[in-house]
Design a protein around this ligand. Sequence first.
Ligand code: 13P
Length: 348
Amino acid sequence: MDITILKQTAQALVAPGKGILAADESTKTIAKRLEKIGVESNPEINLAYRKMLFTTPGIEQYLSGVILYDETIRQSIDSASVPQYLAGKGIIPGIKVDKGAWLLPNFPEEKVTEGLDGLRDRLTEYKEIGAKFAKWRAVITIGEEIPTDTCIEANAEVLARYAALCQEQDIVPVVEPEVLMDADNDLERCKEVTTMTLKKVFERLSAHKVVLEGMLLKPNMVISGKKSPTQASSQEVAEATVKTFLEVVPGQVPGIVFLSGGQTPNQATENLAEINKVPGSPWQMSFSYGRALQDEALTTWAGKEENVRAAQQAFLERAKKVGESLAEYARKAIKEQVKKDKKKKVND
Ligand code: 13P
């Protein structure tokens, strides 16, 4: 394990004004997304869609990295492998390595993510073909009697084992314990479950000696469930999110890259901008969005070659909106630091 490489990659992934595109939809999920625009999924169509995204002129201004699926990391764009193509644009290639969330035996409403078997060998191969970071998604569902401690513990343990295996190969683990936003719970309940989950995750990461400086956390925001009759404002979401994370996420973690979790592109953009306005957080707070970055581009594209330019335009505009709010915050933070340093010098 080379800690310098891990730290460098982790920091590059949360460079000011930049974030990650999650384009790692599994075979089943990409089929679902394409079905919405009336297109049948197959490896060629999936690549045509993702190529439209990756070849968007100027997108590298806002994207530090892209998470790929196993199918895509083995495909090519303009005679370069996809990871080579992305690296050529200054975008860091990453890979989803989990094998999905499956029913947890004896806990009918809960899931545990699988994929540890053979992971060391798969990581060796992914590293050879250019992956510098990886993703593993655990799913925590909110319900009347759930999540159970057993579900949280099972997921936290595998997340930590995954993270340790990644670091062994100098691959930055993106640790994603996603508390789903779909239920009818209020903000407070989301805060409670997110707190419990993250506490357990960091406990297991520590037990497995994962180097916090060489990983990223990919969490949900603390937000009202989609079916809740009362919806918290962006400011409320931002304050609750930062407060929760300050309680449970160690300051050594270089970055928090939020998932969008089914928020609309505008919601995800606005909430992240507000989160970045809350003072006092030690981490870079950025994005690792799938749907919120892709939705507009996907519907504009609609599977037609003649729509590629318009779809790229929609994609670039969304990435710009999300990225610029982060960059503005970063500039302000730097200015404040410079001011503080000057004051300190005068006082010294
Ligand atoms: P969403 O932003 O669509 O939630 O996807 C992010 C992701 O990678 C989920 O694992």
